[in-house]
Design a protein around this ligand. Structure first.
Ligand code: NAG
Ligand code: NAG
Length: 394
């Protein structure tokens, strides 16, 4: 900045000297010709030097604000897996370096928030007293949850009920299937035969390992209990017409096993109650067999740990739904795709944690059932830094 100021000041000075010379040229030339020719000479030399220095400055500026900034941030400990490899590659720097707008460095404040999350995750993964809840192998089920963007070397693990549809749209655009997020037809987002968004499970073991080791990897989480409420509302209360099996097949199985009183349900075959759902979710032993029967529908309520194996896969960034306004642009920036696509507008207030809502849903449910539920989802609370909901447990 300072150099630029000096340069323009010097130009301004020279131009003014030249102006004065031309304006009063005749009189001055007559009177003190020699003196002014000397000034003009000095001015010429100054201009030459400034042009040279100016070139040097432009060169240095490109060095400071170019791709190098990204590389530095991403080679710091803890986050060096992921994009670093992609940034080093010449192809990511080559396309018209001069015409490319220089990107601002990663928001340092959010970078530290993000690093704290990944540090917490890796320290919790090492805690042996939690390992039964946190250690999940990279199974076919997990590989089915992860979507691939080869073009930009990104892996995204799907955690339903946490704004995943929007992220899938972002990846569909990045894969080149559609020019913008708005142009993707709603029914195509989840149609994996047509949306050009492959699952990691569709690749060979070598291809999978290579991508897990070198790509930028991320997932989004939210308060685990609020997510369960959202899954319950979405699948058993609102339930869209194109997914009738939640109400017609799954709900009756859960009701038959977990509803305390069958007296009224025979008369009013109402839908699933949140209480039935909580009892089913908290029944770690009894649930296993039912979950096998329910197939992939369970992705809407099984733990983040079961979906994404966060202790086996080193995720580069863990986004939080509660801070999506900051996380969405940060993730796009960290993945090196800022400017290529934007995350859809987030309606104000929808990402905020609502304790009143959580209290309402759990009121009337026995402490025993809530504690069992917490025991089942405890791993998610610990791994991702969500405070345990003591207001429900005690
Ligand atoms: C491991 O987790 C348990 C249960 O949350 C906690 O009490 C303990 O302090 C943790 N240990 C370490 C070393 O963080
Ligand atoms: C929180 O949830 C309650 C109950 O569902 C609702 O009435 C209230 O408007 C919500 N608050 C906010 C800030 O969204």
């Amino acid at each position: 900045m300072d150099w630029k100021k000096y340069r323009s000041m010097a130009y301004w000075l020279c131009i003014n000297i030249l102006k004065i010379l031309f304006r009063h040229g005749r009189q001055l030339m007559l009177r003190a010709m020699r003196h002014h020719w000397l000034l003009l000479g000095v001015c010429g030399w100054a201009l030459l030097i400034l042009v040279f220095v100016g070139k040097l400055i432009t060169f240095r500026a490109a060095d400071d604000y170019g791709d190098k900034g990204v590389l530095q941030s991403w080679t710091e400990p803890g986050t060096k897996q992921g994009k670093a490899a992609g940034v080093i590659r010449p192809e990511s720097q080559d396309p018209e370096p001069a015409a490319r707008p220089s990107l601002p460095p990663l928001d340092p404040e959010w970078l530290s928030v993000s690093e704290k999350r990944t540090e917490l995750l890796s320290s919790m993964c090492k805690n042996s007293s939690l390992s039964s809840m946190t250690h999940v192998p990279i199974s076919k089920f997990v590989l089915d949850r992860i979507f691939v963007c080869d073009k930009h070397k990104i892996l995204f693990c799907q955690t339903p009920k946490v704004g995943n549809t929007q992220w899938k749209k972002v990846l569909i655009v990045l894969n080149g299937q559609f020019p913008t997020v708005e142009e993707i037809p709603e029914q195509l987002v989840h149609d994996h035969a047509k949306n050009g968004l492959p699952r990691l499970s569709s690749l060979t073991p070598q291809e999978i390992t290579h991508r897990l080791n070198t790509y930028f990897k991320f997932l989004i989480v939210r308060d685990p209990f609020e997510r369960l409420i959202s899954a319950f509302k979405d699948k058993f209360v609102k339930n869209p017409r194109d997914e009738p099996w939640y109400k017609s097949s799954i709900a009756p199985v859960i009701i038959r096993k977990y509803r305390k009183s069958h007296r009224y349900s025979a008369l009013t075959p109402s839908g699933l109650h949140f209480e039935d759902f909580v009892r089913y979710l908290g029944d770690t032993a009894g649930r296993h067999h039912m979950d096998q029967q329910f197939g992939d529908c369970i992705i809407h309520w099984v733990t983040y740990t079961e979906l994404c194996a966060p202790c086996a896969i080193q995720y580069s960034v863990v986004g939080h739904h509660e801070t999506l306004e900051q996380d969405a642009p940060y993730i796009l920036r960290a993945a090196g795709v800022e400017g290529l696509v934007s995350y859809p507008d987030i309606p104000p207030g929808i990402t905020r944690y609502n304790r009143t809502k959580v209290e309402q849903y759990f009121s009337g449910i026995s402490k025993r059932d809530i504690r069992r539920l917490f025991a089942r989802y405890q791993g998610d609370f610990h791994l991702f830094g969500y405070p345990s909901p003591d207001f429900l447990l005690n």
